[in-house]
Design a protein around this ligand. Structure first.
Ligand SMILES: NC(=O)C1=CN([C@@H]2O[C@H](COP(=O)(O)OP(=O)(O)OC[C@H]3O[C@@H](n4cnc5c(N)ncnc54)[C@H](OP(=O)(O)O)[C@@H]3O)[C@@H](O)[C@H]2O)[C@@H](O)CC1
Ligand SMILES: [K+]
Length: 285
């Protein structure tokens, strides 16, 4: 008789053997299954090939100033119930993202902020740009002494972002015009001290980027106040482009503000563009 090798003792069943397999698989978002993270340095970002621009499939919808303020008022009333702080944060963040796409850091950005909400958008953008690695300077000649503007200036102070009241403008690669938006009144021209700041922006070197509306331009038409800013190199329209942006040539045009409920678009009969992926801004021209 050939001795048979003694068989190993039977392995006891795994405690989870009867557990459904699909529950044992790691979920798709499990961190251990993500590919190793690539750290992008500013240099790598600025040299990476950019996606070619494809115009949007749907035609852009332009709004007049009265429609823009109606949209704002509705957004801040029930049932939409946004606060001004929220809208300003979203607007300013969109501007900072558009700057990142058009002019990645490292770069110097000078923002000129006006007395109203357009200026507030500039203050918010300045904070985000600081965190993205830009060298930021703010010029804010007429500070609004009310919420949320005071807090926005304090937040810049904590980051050591200089907030200057006067001129000359700090030298910059990108100059941001956040002086007037759809609240600008063309009658009577540009009042001081803003006339001097618009003139300084027109003389400044660097890319000129306008927030929502080029300052001094008639929002609803082709007119401009004397001393208005020149045609910007980049325009970031907020929520929906204003009528004065129609027919602009040679301007890189972005729209920001990916938060508008479909129901509001239907209620007020306006359209917003489609946004790619998780972007809060989209280039439309
Ligand atoms: N959902 C969105 O899209 C959101 C949009 N938001 C942003 O708000 C912007 C609209 O803001 P806004 O209504 O405060 O008006 P804005 O254009 O900043 O200017 C008003 C100031 O300018 C002054 N002023 C006027 N004419 C003048 C003149 N000729 N010469 C000198 N001064 C003049 C006027 O002074 P006043 O005549 O009242 O004395 C007042 O102080 C909008 O474009 C967008 O950027 C977000 O923040 C929120 C979400
Ligand atoms: K502006």
């Amino acid at each position: 008789m050939i001795p048979q090798p003694s068989s190993p003792p039977p392995t006891p069943p795994h405690p989870l053997a009867s557990f459904p397999m699909r529950l044992l698989r790691p979920p798709a978002f499990c961190l251990t299954h993500l590919p190793p993270r690539r750290i992008l340095t500013p240099t790598k970002m600025s040299t990476s090939p950019r996606k070619p621009f494809a115009p949007p499939a749907r035609p852009l919808h332009y709004v007049v100033a009265s429609k823009a303020s109606q949209i704002d008022a509705k957004l801040m009333s029930p049932p939409y119930s946004f606060t001004l702080d929220q809208l300003m944060e979203l607007a300013g963040q969109s501007v900072s993202h558009a700057i990142f796409h058009t002019h990645p850091p490292p770069a110097r950005v000078t923002l000129v902020c006006g007395p109203g909400n357009n200026g507030g958008d500039g203050l918010v953008a300045a904070r985000h740009l600081h965190h993205f690695g830009y060298a930021v300077t703010v010029h804010y000649p007429k500070r609004a002494a009310r919420p949320p503007f005071e807090a926005l200036v304090q937040q810049l102070g904590v980051l050591d972002v200089p907030v200057d009241s006067g001129l000359p403008l700090a030298a910059a690669d990108v100059v941001v015009d956040a002086v007037f938006g759809f609240g600008f009144r063309v009658a009577g021209g540009v009042r001081e001290p803003f006339g001097r700041f618009l003139a300084a922006m027109n003389e400044a070197e660097g890319v000129l980027l306008a927030v929502d509306v080029p300052s001094g331009w008639e929002v609803d038409g082709g007119g401009k106040a004397e001393g208005a800013v020149r045609t910007p190199d980049v325009l970031v329209s907020l929520t929906a482009p204003k009528l004065c942006a129609r027919g602009l040539h040679g301007v890189q045009h972005w729209v920001g503000g990916r938060f508008v409920p479909r129901r509001l678009c239907e209620e007020l009969a306006f359209e917003v563009p489609e946004y790619p992926g998780i972007e809060g801004v989209v280039r439309v021209q």
